[in-house]
Ligand binder design. Structure first.
Ligand code: AR6
Length: 184
């Protein structure tokens, strides 16, 4: 599914983040930046030891922040590592931290002149963020960023499994209908 924001594209696909041909992909990392399971494990396995070496040099990353390395053996030039919140009950600033993870990744991409970027569904695996809520925050943050900045031409969400893709599609349809009914 694809949606246009100004002249730029927001797209949702099912797939594997490590296979993307965008200029950058985003890693759902942890604060230590030392690798882990899920997307993080897949990126380090496919990207090789160079990415981990760079992460170790950087030292760490706070929740909601983002840092950048090269893409190692991946097709992409850059990997942006961000840390989403661990979901407790929704009352510990989880929505704000999740929004920051997306926003700061996009800002960092812009600052490096990156024009296309692929995101996984941050925090919705090991970190336990309820999928529908997380999808709302992810998509709203991307749409707002694309409305306010024209430099990033493609934001692609790469969702693992058909079910996750369907939830994102449903949420995006709802958001774009709202936008259509109430033009800003
Ligand atoms: N491509 C795209 N999406 C994937 C892939 C892949 N190759 N593999 C898994 N997913 P998670 P989190 C989906 O757990 O919740 C790590 O250990 C997955 O199905 O990777 O932010 C880190 O080191 C889910 O929908 O990230 C941290 O400790 C989504 O990606 C912690 O997990 C996110 O799941 C971060 O947890």
């Amino acid at each position: 599914m694809e949606s246009r924001v100004n002249k730029n594209v927001l797209s949702l696909i099912e797939g594997d983040i490590t296979k993307q041909d965008t200029e950058a992909i985003v890693n759902a990392a942890n604060k230590s930046l030392r690798g882990g399971g899920g997307v993080d494990g897949a990126i380090h396995r496919a990207g090789g030891p160079k990415i981990l070496e760079e992460c170790i040099k950087i030292g760490g990353c706070e929740t909601g922040e983002a840092v950048i390395t090269t893409g190692g053996n991946l097709k992409v030039k850059h990997v942006i590592h961000t840390v989403g919140p661990i979901y407790r009950d929704g009352l510990h600033n989880e929505p704000k931290f999740l929004e920051d993870a997306y926003k700061n990744s996009l800002k960092l991409a812009s600052s490096k002149g990156i024009k296309s970027i692929a995101f996984p569904s941050i925090s919705t695996g090991a970190y336990g963020y309820p999928l529908e809520e997380a999808a709302g925050i992810a998509l709203k943050t991307a749409i707002t960023y694309l409305k306010e900045h024209t430099d990033i031409e493609l934001v692609r969400f790469v969702l693992f499994g058909q079910k996750t893709l369907e939830v994102y599609e449903r949420v995006l349809k709802r958001l774009t209908q709202i936008a259509f009914k109430c033009p800003a």
